[in-house]
Design a protein around this ligand. Structure first.
Ligand code: PLP
Length: 473
């Protein structure tokens, strides 16, 4: 493809992209296709001869778009958002065009150095200690795995990396019974075994009980086990519960246990000074992760990982085969040594575009607005006779259920709410997901899409009430 043909198609696609952004709320939020629908439409093998972009692009619109769940639709209230934004998309276009691979400083110095500066910008804005260092990972799952591996290596003087586990101590990892599945996955991959991930019970706000954590640690030590790592959640996935970091940090310090903070979603709100008290005690932690690709308007993937001791991280992951040696080794940061993959995308570019375009104030205003919308909904649910909050609103997440008057049967209510969720999502007008809080089937509404406005939340709430009240059960 020569550059004039490329230019023609690129313009065509940019037009399509701008139209898509204008019309994204006209698409059904959740893809309505049945399993195999897309697969069966795709030809069985690689075409023998090349095809035109016109034809491929037509097929993209006809065959692929129906199988897309539109995460950028402002009526997307499911899971946690994975937000895009215009400045981020523009940066991704440039990233794709440059096509660099930023594993080492020399493979593109701008990638490494912009990343260093972006981590400083974010760390300062969020109240991460100035002596810490940040690096971008693909996802929070990877960052947490990196943290657990670093804890393991630091504790064993980097010997498991050298010799494997052998007869080594039985390490324990602690988190609450509400923490994200990535902790257990990380512990399994790191070789600790699922049985050594100890899920500490939570209080009535679903936050980890520090008193029970302490009890468990003491018991484990008595039994000859070795407490290795505690993972604190600032914003659990189900209900956005906040573990008491300050109290837990004290325990970690006293028992010399590695402390990792998972703020994958809620971390974005730490750019608001009023939420920074949530990470009081962070200076006693060892690592911290949050995802700008969730609530900071930066396209997936972009997870930012901050560590107290960058040497521990690098000592865990650095490997230097002959073919990767460069003349600046030792003088610069080579981010391939700061995590699991060797190859690295140029992710800092989109962060730079986003933070410069909106500015700190702009980003703060957007996040505050989302939280205000969630407060509005919380208030509406309080007023509604047939609905109840299952747990208090946390930031921009509202957890609620339909509870027709006089109906107190847990099982029945669970079935009704599950049916309500499926009916709502089948309309294509909004997308919600659920969790269970102590066996209570709970609808989650996350109000954090880049373009969500009051009218979307009002319309969603109207539809939820109407659908619920018209249901037969
Ligand atoms: C609290 C928490 N931690 C970790 C993750 C995993 O994030 P990622 O998809 O970036 O691995 C999530 C995902 O929603 C989460 O909510």
């Amino acid at each position: 493809m020569d550059s004039s043909e490329f230019r023609k198609h690129a313009h065509q696609m940019v037009d399509w992209m701008a139209d898509y952004m204008d019309n994204v709320d006209n698409y059904p939020v959740k893809s309505q296709v049945h399993p195999k629908k897309i697969y069966d439409q795709i030809e069985k093998g690689i075409p023998q001869k090349g095809e035109s972009i016109d034809l491929i692009f037509k097929d993209f619109q006809k065959k692929i778009i129906p199988g897309i769940t539109h995460w950028q639709n402002p009526n997307f209230f499911a899971y946690f958002n994975a937000n895009a934004s215009p400045p981020s998309i523009l940066a991704e276009m440039l990233t794709a065009t440059l096509g660099i691979q930023g594993m080492k400083w020399e493979t593109s110095p701008a990638s490494t150095e912009l990343e260093e500066r972006m981590m400083e910008w974010l760390g300062d804005a969020m109240g991460i200690p100035k002596t810490w260092t940040g690096v971008i990972q693909d996802t929070a799952s990877t960052a947490t795995l990196a943290s657990i591996l670093t804890a393991r290596e630091q504790k064993t003087n980097y010997q498991i990396n050298e010799k494997g586990f052998g007869e080594s101590t039985k390490f324990r990892i602690y988190c609450s019974d509400q923490t994200h599945s990535s902790i257990e996955k990380g512990a399994k991959i790191a070789g600790f075994g699922k049985d050594n991930v100890i899920k500490i019970p939570t209080d009535d706000q679903l936050a980890l009980r520090a008193d029970l954590l302490l009890q468990q640690i003491k018991q484990d030590i008595k039994n000859g086990l070795e407490p290795l790592c505690i993972v604190v959640a600032i914003g659990t996935t189900g209900t956005m519960a906040m573990d008491p970091l300050k109290e837990i940090a004290q325990i970690a310090e006293e028992y010399k246990i590695w402390l990792h903070v998972d703020a994958a979603y809620a971390g974005s709100a730490l750019i608001l000074p009023e939420y920074q008290p949530l990470i009081k005690g962070i200076e006693k932690a060892d690592s911290f992760v949050f995802n700008p690709h969730k609530w900071l308007f930066t396209n997936f993937d972009c997870s930012t990982y901050f560590v107290k001791d960058k040497n521990a991280l690098v000592n865990t992951f650095a490997i230097l085969p002959e073919y990767l040696k460069t003349k600046t080794d030792g003088l610069v940061n080579n981010h391939c040594d700061w995590g699991i993959p060797l190859g690295r995308r140029f992710r800092s570019l989109k962060l730079w575009f986003v933070m410069r375009y909106y500015g700190l104030e702009g980003l703060q205003n957007m996040i505050r607005y989302h939280i205000d919308l969630a407060k509005w909904l919380e208030n509406e649910i309080h007023k509604a006779a047939n609905f109840e909050l299952v747990v208090p609103r946390s930031m921009n997440l509202v957890c609620f259920r339909f509870k027709p008057k006089g109906n107190n049967d847990l099982e029945k209510l669970n079935i009704i709410n599950e049916q309500l969720l499926h009916q709502l999502n089948a309309t294509g007008s909004l997308f919600l997901t659920h969790t269970k809080v102590d066996s209570v089937y709970t609808l989650r509404m996350v109000i954090g899409q880049t373009n969500v406005e009051k009218e979307h939340v009002e319309k969603a709430w109207e539809l939820i009430q109407k659908t619920a009240n018209e249901m037969t059960y």
